[in-house]
Design a protein around this ligand. Sequence first.
Ligand code: SME
Length: 160
Amino acid sequence: MAETLHIDPSAGRAERCEALIPQLLALTEGEPNFTANQANVVAALREALGWFWIGFYLVEGEELVLGPFQGPIACTRIKKGKGVCGSAWAQNQVLLVPDVEQFPGHIACSSLSKSEVVLPFYREDVVAGVLDIDSEHLNDISEAEAQALQKMLQALEGRI
Ligand code: SME
């Protein structure tokens, strides 16, 4: 198991995220516990990419329940279709929100959060939860970064 992340500080965030993929595959190799793997994934993303809040919400019935995260304390449960997280789940799509105040129904776990991306992840083609990333800056998450994060989640399918 790799214990140190190799991160090129001169690379952009999308590039750094892509470079994390093989490292996360090595880190989660042979580990069947989803929680342990999710915990390492958010820690690695925080270390490599440095956003304000990075965490998983997990599907439980008709709600999302807070999973492993890095950052300040957050809302514990979000109903399907509510907020950016519940909407990404209900619509089964990535939601990139450059200004959270412009997103009707956005759930403000922290008033410092200004922009956000939420990406569903899957187990056997069913949404198992979402990865939520918040920035304290407006328009701080790019399409390229969202795509790199989606690629990472796809690579980790079955492990998280
Ligand atoms: N803003 C999210 C809630 C989760 S927190 O940002 C950690 C939403 O609207 O669903």
